[in-house]
Design a protein around this ligand. Structure first.
Ligand SMILES: [Fe+2]
Length: 434
């Protein structure tokens, strides 16, 4: 199956590049931070976090570890959830003014993504908008390396510590776009499941579906051999499609989502389940960091662009706000039914890893089987029943499709081509499920 999926294509890529940070995983490893920085001979660092974490036990661990190694630090804590270009501009100004030798990010994807972009902006004194692809920005490549960055995720979903992506809201357009460049990849990561011990169940659920979709999207994404071969190897993006490396990680992340997602959501004291979810998020992050995502993530941006009248339980955010993982999973059952016809075996394998009942199913059933399993998991974790449950109506279908259609590379990474009408049909099919 694997070889067949990666059969050579005319003018298609014949190689793929693998990149990941030097990653440490384990309960308590956040306290290694100071020693990790000392190894890099760093004496003064910027610490990026958000207001909710500023006075947390997590930040106490960070500060103690830095102090024990006599590392000077200053904290920037103004990273908002769903960070925007202004957040990056302010974070970059903080970094540029501080004579720092490196950076630490402590938080969820918002903090890590902000830090990545801020380091590029500060290092090359370039407005962040210039790094977005055209026509949103100037499409400027990040010219070279950025200062040492060690990422410390505090949610079990983002995977941002292992990706070369920074997802930011562009204020002028009021929606999210991605800056993708290999230099954005953090140098190191400390993934400590203890940082997730106090996450509310709805946050665990959203993060769990984020990790699930990272894994499922990268496993079902277009084969890397179907992307056009790049002439300059240094220009090869890590959004490069499925490859044999990502295939090692994504299946295990999906098995973990099957076995532990509902448990981790149902019981905050189930540390086995919650630790496994952090491991699953790590595996999925490494996998999709080397493939990219596709339609579920692309179509989540239409939701966060146009969300309204939404109250979100367990999140310290002003409404309206749809947590990232929920915005991703809510269209996923319809999307995978749509994409399954392009690569039915891959979708059936994905369903199998997720624990679906595949007895007697043929490849023609792959989409339905996978969709059904996703809906079961959504119901088991009290997810919204489709877009209507999030406060959208049929009138939002067309604007959401138009908004998401701008996510060109993610859409192109899907196994099946789609046009604007296809996206509308998918949104229509995601209005409600049960
Ligand atoms: Fe995600």
């Amino acid at each position: 199956m694997g070889c067949q999926y990666y059969a050579p294509c005319q003018n298609g890529a014949t190689s793929f590049t693998v990149a990941m940070p030097k990653l440490t995983f384990g309960r308590g490893c956040l306290s290694e931070l100071g020693q990790r920085l000392t190894q890099q001979q760093l004496k003064r660092v910027a610490v990026f976090t958000d207001p909710n974490l500023l006075n947390s036990s997590i930040m106490d661990t960070v500060k103690t570890s830095l102090t024990q190694q006599n590392i000077e630090y200053e904290i920037f804590h103004e990273v908002r959830v769903e960070p925007c270009d202004d957040t990056v501009t302010n974070a970059a100004a903080f970094y540029a003014a501080g004579q720092f030798e490196g950076a630490v990010s402590v938080g969820g994807g918002s903090v890590i993504d902000t830090t990545k972009a801020a380091l590029a902006v500060a290092t090359y004194d370039t407005p962040v908008m210039e790094f977005f692809a055209q026509p949103i920005g100037a499409g400027k490549a990040i010219p070279g390396p950025v200062p040492y960055h060690i990422a410390c995720p505090t949610t079990s979903g983002t995977g941002s510590e292992s990706t070369s992506l920074s997802v930011l809201r562009v204020n002028a357009l009021d929606t999210k776009f991605v800056i993708a460049h290999p230099w954005l990849l953090p140098d190191a990561a400390l993934v400590d499941p203890a940082t997730c011990d106090s996450l509310p169940s709805n946050v665990v659920a959203s993060c769990g579906f984020d990790l699930l979709c990272h894994a499922l999207e990268c496993y079902t994404s277009k084969a890397h051999t179907q992307w056009t071969q790049v002439e300059d190897p240094n220009a090869r993006q890590l959004i490069q499609g499925a490859n044999p490396f990502s295939d090692l990680f994504a299946p295990e992340a999906l098995r973990i989502a099957d076995q532990y997602l509902a448990r981790g959501v149902a019981d905050a004291t189930d540390s086995e389940a919650r630790d496994k979810l952090m491991w699953g998020a790590t595996l999925a992050g490494i996998a999709f960091g080397n493939t990219g995502t596709h339609l579920p993530h692309a179509m989540s941006y239409g939701i966060t662009h146009l969300m309204k009248n939404i109250t979100t339980r367990d999140y310290p955010n002003p409404d309206p706000f749809v947590p990232h993982g929920i915005s991703v999973i809510v269209n996923a059952p319809t999307i995978f039914e749509y994409t399954a016809s392009a690569t039915p075996n891959r979708h059936m394998e994905g369903a199998t890893y997720l624990g679906a009942d595949v007895k007697g199913a043929t490849p023609d059933d792959a989409g339905e089987v996978l969709s059904k399993r996703l809906i079961e998991l959504m119901q088991a974790t009290h997810m919204p029943n489709g877009l209507l449950d999030l406060g959208f109506t049929e009138a939002d279908v067309k604007p959401m499709a138009e908004s998401s259609f701008r996510q060109k590379r993610a859409i192109a990474n899907a196994p099946r081509d789609s046009n604007l009408v296809d996206l509308e049909i998918i949104y229509q099919g995601s209005l409600s499920y049960w």
